[in-house]
Design a protein. Structure first.
Length: 552
């Protein structure tokens, strides 16, 4: 009996082929078991798998049978397909944003080190992934071999091709008349995700003359800072401080005591706070995009725009304050390697982890705890009487609430000691390190980290902080989606704290509300983008009447 003649022989093979097709479909339609990185079956049908079956049937009809190389090619393509599907659904589910291979890939090793992965552990994990990929390739090869064997029989080949074609036509028809039904039955295709990632990668590697221009900046020329009356300005980018802390009922309740404690500390020092929310250009990471968006007033949602911004001569808040007599300081305890891009801002002083003078015991990956960094900043830049020095404009990105949110240093409010080599005892460091990071249970650690940050900020403002200090606390982005929640917005809180009631009234006229709880927007589109906040700050800092200024 010839292979194309049908008969009894292909019947057992048809059963194996059916099982193989089911397994292939499960693998190429995997979803995500939120909020973990684990995959889950969706029970949907892959239109791309149906198309692959049609191609295989056409090939076997032409060549009579599928050879070993045909099966290997199908298995290799399917392996890439499965991996692309996994990354596409998992990265967006866990981190709350789409994958960008160019930008995310270059920071992969830093993320692993941050999570406590040693070089040996990273190498072992890489080998394990390669082995898993090899085993998956073998499994996929066996599956396609089973399907190819059945497709070599004419009658079964016609059946496979007919069913595949009917289902594909049903998918196309449902997309026109009942998209919701199509989306329930058929999985989201992988090809557009691969094409999108390839396009992002090509745009970064070969931008070409057609790259879009840099988004516009606010008007800095002629801007006055008279409304500040020469006060020191401290901009605190509070790491991963997202709107989930006010929008999510559980998180809002957990942090209510911390906000009340901060409010009492402000009142005790004669300070008041006003708040609003803005939309960050990033989610779950890439804090530098938010920093640049606020400093320059440029939309950096596209990381390529961030790179173009740093290569430009655009003005910024830093250049504005410097031109008008403020000493500008970047206080960056997390910066542990050269940062030539920082030359764009032109800070008078860029203090990194090596340059700020911390001599205490190291704590975790970042080495310098936030309270100690704040104590050193105060000692070196803010402690001298304001009358005898230039006012300061300081940008301070915090670290304590950076994923994985552990370890957290103890804090007792001893600011003078925190600026010395005896900032922490070995027992305190050991106690902090005894609470390891747990990526699977990150929310409790996150809330503890935000609580701790609000505590030391309140203690500083109620204690050694200069009386006239204007403090602007900005969340750089939401925490990754496993903490912020499924479908969370990209919004972050902004708090402005000062003893100057007239200045705070200007902020209220520009959309801020009293207190530490920014209200939700009437609609998502109503949220001001981070780069729009720059214009608000410029208007508030100006000495003219608010009514005479352009509204952002």
């Amino acid at each position: 009996m010839t292979p194309g003649a049908g008969g009894a022989r292909p019947v057992p093979r048809a059963g194996r082929a059916l099982l193989a097709l089911v397994l292939l479909d499960v693998l190429v339609t995997l979803g995500n078991l939120w909020p973990t990185p684990w995959p889950r079956p969706t029970g949907q049908v892959s239109a791309e798998l149906l198309a692959a079956c049609l191609v295989l049937c056409g090939w076997t009809a032409w060549r009579g049978a599928a050879g070993a190389w045909t099966v290997r090619v199908l298995a290799g393509v399917t392996l890439a397909w499965v991996l692309a599907r996994y990354l596409d659904v998992t990265v967006e589910a866990v981190f709350g944003r789409p994958l960008n291979p160019y930008w995310d890939g270059r920071h992969l090793m830093s993320v692993l080190r941050l999570g406590g992965w040693s070089t040996g552990a990273t190498a072992a994990a890489a080998l394990a992934l390669l082995l898993a990929a090899a085993l998956l390739f073998v499994l996929l090869s066996r599956c396609w071999r089973a399907v190819a064997d059945v497709a070599s029989f004419a009658s079964w080949r016609r059946a496979v091709a007919g069913v595949s074609l009917v289902l594909l036509l049903a998918c196309l028809a449902a997309g026109r008349v009942a998209p919701q039904l199509r989306d329930a039955i058929f999985a989201k295709p992988v090809a557009p995700a691969i094409a999108r990632q390839a396009g992002l990668l090509a745009l970064q590697l070969w931008p070409g003359p057609g790259a879009r221009p840099l988004p516009p900046s606010p008007v800095f020329a002629g801007q006055s800072l008279a409304g500040l009356h020469g006060a020191d300005v401290l901009v605190v980018f509070l790491e991963s401080y997202g709107a989930c802390t006010v929008d999510d009922a559980q998180q809002r309740e957990a942090l209510a005591p911390a906000r009340e404690r901060l409010q009492r500390a402000l009142q005790a020092s004669g300070r008041q706070a006003v708040s609003m929310r803005v939309r960050s250009p990033t989610f779950g990471g890439s804090s530098w995009l938010a920093h640049a968006a606020l400093m320059a007033g440029v939309d950096t949602h596209d990381p390529g725009d961030y790179e173009r911004l740093l290569a430009s001569d655009r003005p910024s808040l830093v250049s504005l304050f410097r031109q008008q007599g403020w000493r500008t300081v970047a206080w960056m305890p997390g910066l542990q390697r050269p940062w030539p891009e920082g030359g764009f801002y032109g800070f008078d002083r860029l203090a990194d982890a090596q340059g700020m003078g911390y001599r205490g015991l190291p704590l975790g990956y970042w080495r310098i705890p936030d309270p100690a960094a704040m104590a050193l900043l105060h000692q070196q830049e803010l402690a001298a009487p304001a009358a005898g020095r230039a006012p300061r404009f300081v940008v301070f990105p915090t670290l304590g609430s950076h994923a994985p949110f552990r370890p957290l240093p103890p804090f007792d409010g001893a600011w003078a000691r925190l600026a010395t080599p005896e900032a922490y005892t070995p027992a305190q460091i050991a106690q902090a390190l005894a609470q390891p990071a747990d990526w699977s249970q990150a929310r409790p650690a996150y809330l503890e980290a935000i609580d701790a940050t609000l505590q030391w900020l309140g203690s500083y403002l109620a204690g050694p902080a200069p009386r006239a200090l204007l403090t602007v606390i900005v969340g750089d982005h939401q925490p990754w989606a496993a903490v912020s929640g499924e479908g969370a917005s990209w919004d972050v809180p902004v708090h402005v704290i000062s003893t100057d009631a007239a200045l705070l009234a200007r902020f209220e006229a520009l959309g801020f509300v009293p207190g530490l709880a920014p209200p939700p927007p009437a609609a998502p589109a109503d949220t001001l983008p981070m780069d729009g906040l720059t214009a608000v700050l410029l208007a508030a800092f100006d000495g003219r009447a608010i009514a005479s200024l352009p509204r952002p």
